[in-house]
Design a protein around this ligand. Structure first.
Ligand SMILES: [Fe+2]
Length: 220
């Protein structure tokens, strides 16, 4: 069975034809059983059908509106153009980060010390445990996302970045390798306010083979 939770159309270039516009909604493909340790069944559905689909649909809507808005009234205090430009990145990153979040879930959290990604985590963080502690602390400190990235344009090292909102906190040119959603809609229904329990379950559900493949595809 595939370890993909979703086909992620924008990420893999598959056109599902189910949203009006450029960007398409990927369907749920994996059994709930694969991720039930991290989320309850309602969240599994709501997160995809309401939250994620909402970002894709609104990204398309914003793109359509941007083609018509009056650019001559652009203003940093208030203008329709400014509002749309802000929502363009809010919805765009909302779509992409969700796709990346689900993309490396559904595993058993086990890894092989010979994996390139594990060797690089050892090198850049000191040890796998040091990376895990930093990633967990990053996720506990954020309002939106914690993201393991290749910081390509700085020194090419792996870093855990905190994206406080979809469109706030990313480093230009960095490549996401592993993404965790810490917005409350991701875990409250199952774990209540215990974000630490959600993160522990998430860590044990990572598909490291997929993370390693992604790292090898994007490293330079
Ligand atoms: Fe989410």
């Amino acid at each position: 069975m595939s370890s993909f939770i979703f086909i992620v159309p924008s990420y893999f270039g598959v056109d599902m034809g189910n949203s009006e516009g450029t960007y398409q909604i990927g369907p749920l493909l994996i059994a709930y059983e694969k991720v039930k340790s991290v989320m309850d069944e309602e969240t599994y559905k709501w997160h995809h059908d309401t939250h994620y689909a909402g970002y894709v649909n609104k990204r398309n809507e914003v793109e359509s509106e941007l083609s018509k808005v009056d650019r001559s009234k652009a203003n940093a205090n208030y203008s329709a153009f400014r509002a749309m430009k802000l929502e363009e990145t809010w919805n765009g990153n909302g779509m992409l980060l969700h796709e990346m979040y689900w993309d490396t879930m559904g595993g058993d959290g086990k890894y092989d010390a010979e994996m390139e990604i594990i060797k690089r985590l050892d090198e850049d963080f000191g040890s796998f445990q040091a990376w895990k502690d930093d990633m967990t602390a990053t996720a506990k400190s954020g309002r939106g996302w914690a993201v393991l990235c290749i910081d390509r344009f700085s020194d090419n090292k792996l870093r855990n970045f905190l994206f406080d909102a979809h469109n706030q906190g990313g480093i230009v040119g960095s490549v996401p390798i592993l993404v965790v959603d810490v917005f409350e809609h991701a875990y409250y229904h199952k774990f209540g306010p215990d974000r630490g329990a959600y993160l522990a379950a998430f860590m044990d559900n990572i598909d490291w083979k997929k993370v390693d493949e992604k790292f090898n595809r994007h490293k330079t």
